[in-house]
Every structure is written in structure tokens, then in C-alpha cells.
Design a protein. Structure first.
Length: 428
């Protein structure tokens, strides 16, 4: 009798473990069960197809999960129209600035391990950032400038929140674009044999565009933190991501530089020509950037922009965060750490839109921001240079992604329409 009881107890425990694993990983689900209207979800199909038929976008992947159940997972159009390759749900996209959230998670994992505090000066770990100076006057004729001493040092928290005063190379202010170009600082899409360490050590010697903590300026700060990960762990950022994040989560299609066996799955990048017809990127599209950077055996691991991934891989990453740091039995972060990352960390400052806030790696929707498209207050989100976008909604238990590959992207309102149509499809 006792053996039978122990056997039944063991079965019960194994069953509970199995249920737990299923409940915290993405699984196929029913739109109706998860309180979506199938008819309203079909509106997304029609909208995307209209944009493809109009020649405004070549191809798209779209994904919606609620309560960990996948209710919408579709590919539209072409991954490479010239080669007649249709878009598939396992297509690989350049996710660019979506890399930032992954680097931010890596930083917070090390924070949990006591490697540093968020308000530590970054110069404690990267000495070139000691004694920072702030830009005062800039001469566009020769990119010379004058500076004043910063009021305080740049902290790790400043870098995570884009309030450090570091600017962005190539897409930042004109004056800092020129200063960075003269110093050989890059956006992050690098195909040359360069090292992150060299760039970041040089960046630390250059002026800040404003006093630390006083403004929100989208920046290379997350690239700096990628180098922090390397300095603290003694591993390349590529290796740390693979061992500590990608392998535990099962993100098997996410890389800085793709293995040759997966080259054919990389989606082509398009741009509008002078007649607004979509043509493939070439070397004239964006000075100093090649769209072929994922297809080389590179060495520059840009924590702010370097990764390529699939829509499903990134959905797994977001589901881990919705699960408060755990996925498939692997805990990457504590619940409190995820809460820290997804709360307002910039006080009275706002992002570009003047409404929403920023956490530690994510934009955070405010009540005022919710009024725009219906995205729930407390949702966290970001996007990528080439037309990829994501958000996770803790209140509605949603993970949503919409991936395109186009820059410039004149019809980026399609991404916003996707947001509105997702919430319009909810039945509860």
C-alpha cells in the first residue's frame, strides 16, 4: 500500500513538473480559447496583404501569443523577391536595436551575481570613461570642439536608460556623428575585422552631448555595456549570449554572424527608390553600412545592434520576461529584477514621443502612451532599424512581434496598425 502511494505521489509530482514546463513555454493554442476573435485576427492578414499588393512592403512575419499560447504565427510575401524566395515563419531577420534588450538582460544577470551595482561609475570597469567632459562648442568645418568637465561620472544605470550623454554614431546628432566618424566609431552593423574593445575604449575618451542623467538621448550606451559584460566575465559577448541566454532558452537561430548553413534564410533588405518602388539595398543606401554584415565571419559583437534572429526566437526571449525571468525550467532573472527592468527608470524625463518612459532596456508604455494605439499601460517594447518591432504586455499576457526588412520604411504605419488590430481582436 505504501509503495503504491509513493508511486502515485511520484506520478503526481512528475505531472506537475510537466504542466509547469508546458505552462511557461510557448505552445500552439486556440485563438478562441485565449479570447481572440478569429474574424478580427483575419483583418491583420488582409491589411498586410494590401500593403504587399500595393508594393509598400515585400514580406512580413507576424506573431501573437497570449498566456503562452501561440494564436497567430504567419508569414506573408517574399523574403527575396528577385530570387523568388517566399517568406517563411523561420526566416532570419536583422533585429538591430532589439539586440539591446538581450544585452540589458545579460547586464542584469551579472548585477544579480554581485559583479557591480547599477550606480557604479562605468569608469570603474572601463577606465577610458573616467573624468568625462561635455561638448560645448563644435566647429563643423573640421569637427573640432570645446568641452567642460561633466558634473559627475557616467553610471551603468545611465547607460541602460540612455541618459548617459553618449550619443549614437551615424544616426545621432550631426555634431556627434561628425565627431564619432572622425574617431572611427560605428553604428554597430560591422562586417570588418574590428573589436568592440577598441571602439568602446576610444568612445570613452570622446565628449558627451549633455550632462549625465539630464536628458534621454538614444545612444551607443548599450554597446558600452556589451563591453562591460566582456570585461567582467572574460568572455566575448557572443559566447556569453550563447552559453547563458540562447542555449538555456532554446534560441537556436539567434547570432551576431550567421553560420553558413543558415545564410539562405536571411531576409533581403529593401529600400524605396526615387519612384517609391522597393529595390534591394546597395552600398549607396546608407553610407558606411552594408546589409550583408550577418554573412561574414565577423569579430565585432555590438550589444546595441548586432544580432539577427527569427520571430519565434525573440518571442521566446519575451515570454521568459513575461514569466518573470524563467523559461523551460531555466531561470535567467529573478522576478524582482524583471520588475526593475520594466518600470520607469528615467523619472520625469520621457522618450522621443514625450509620453512614454524607459526602463532598463525597454520602452515602457504610460497611461498617456496607451491612448495612442491601445497598448496597455506597463507594456514594454522596442524596435529595430530595419523594420522589426515587438512588445510584451504583462496585464494582457501578450507577446507580439511584427518583422519586416526595409529602410527607409515610409509605410511603417503598418507596424502601428498591427498593434491596434491585435487589441481590437481581444474578446474580453
Amino acid at each position: 500500500m505504501k509503495k503504491k502511494f509513493l508511486f502515485l505521489l511520484l506520478l503526481l509530482i512528475l505531472g506537475m513538473i510537466n504542466v509547469f514546463c508546458q505552462n511557461n513555454t510557448l505552445q500552439p493554442g486556440s485563438a478562441i480559447t485565449e479570447k481572440f476573435s478569429p474574424e478580427r485576427l483575419n483583418r491583420i492578414d488582409k491589411q498586410v496583404e494590401q500593403y504587399i499588393d500595393s508594393g509598400w512592403v515585400k514580406g512580413v512575419d507576424a506573431f501573437i501569443a497570449r498566456n503562452g499560447k501561440i494564436v497567430y504565427y504567419k508569414a506573408f510575401g517574399m523574403a527575396d523577391a528577385e530570387k523568388n524566395i517566399p517568406m517563411k515563419t523561420d526566416a532570419i531577420f536583422r533585429i538591430a536595436s532589439q539586440t539591446k534588450a538581450i544585452t540589458s538582460v545579460a547586464v542584469m544577470m551579472l548585477f544579480e551575481e554581485g559583479k557591480f551595482l547599477l550606480d557604479d561609475p562605468i569608469s570603474k570597469y572601463i577606465p577610458s570613461f573616467a573624468h568625462p567632459k561635455v561638448l560645448v562648442e563644435f566647429n563643423p568645418k573640421d569637427s573640432s570642439y570645446t568641452t567642460i568637465v561633466a558634473k559627475r561620472e557616467v553610471t551603468i544605470r545611465d547607460l541602460l536608460t540612455h541618459t548617459s550623454g553618449v550619443d549614437y554614431a551615424q544616426i545621432g546628432s550631426d555634431k556627434m556623428n561628425a565627431i564619432y566618424a572622425k574617431a572611427g566609431i560605428y553604428l554597430g552593423f560591422v562586417s570588418d575585422k574590428l573589436l568592440l574593445a577598441d571602439a568602446i575604449n576610444k568612445l570613452g575618451t570622446l565628449p558627451l552631448v549633455h550632462q549625465p542623467g539630464e536628458q534621454f538621448t538614444y545612444s551607443l550606451g548599450i554597446d558600452v555595456l556589451g563591453y562591460l559584460v566582456e570585461k567582467v566575465t572574460g568572455k566575448s559577448l557572443d559566447r556569453f549570449f550563447k552559453e547563458r541566454i540562447f542555449q538555456p532558452l532554446g534560441m537556436n537561430d539567434t547570432y551576431f554572424y550567421l553560420p553558413k548553413a543558415k545564410y539562405s534564410r536571411l531576409v533581403a533588405v529593401y529600400r524605396p527608390d526615387t519612384q517609391q518602388h522597393l529595390v534591394k539595398w546597395d552600398k549607396t543606401t546608407f553610407q558606411g553600412v552594408s546589409a550583408d554584415y550577418p554573412l561574414v565571419n565577423g569579430t565585432y559583437y555590438s550589444g546595441g545592434a548586432g544580432l539577427s534572429s527569427t520571430i519565434k526566437d525573440y518571442a521566446i526571449f519575451l515570454q521568459m520576461l513575461l514569466n518573470k525571468g524563467v523559461y523551460n525550467g531555466h531561470r535567467l532573472l529573478a522576478r524582482h529584477t524583471v520588475e526593475l527592468m520594466t518600470m520607469n527608470q528615467i523619472g520625469n524625463l520621457t522618450m522621443f514621443d514625450g509620453q512614454n518612459k524607459f526602463g532598463l532596456g525597454f520602452g515602457v508604455t504610460t497611461k498617456a502612451g496607451q491612448a495612442a494605439l491601445g497598448q496597455t499601460e506597463g507594456s514594454f517594447s522596442w524596435a529595430g532599424f530595419y523594420g522589426t518591432e515587438y512588445w510584451a504586455d504583462p496585464k494582457e499576457h501578450l507577446v507580439c512581434l511584427f518583422f519586416a526588412q526595409e529602410f527607409p520604411y515610409p509605410h511603417a504605419e503598418l507596424n502601428e496598425k498591427f498593434v491596434a488590430m491585435v487589441y481590437a481582436a481581444l474578446n474580453n
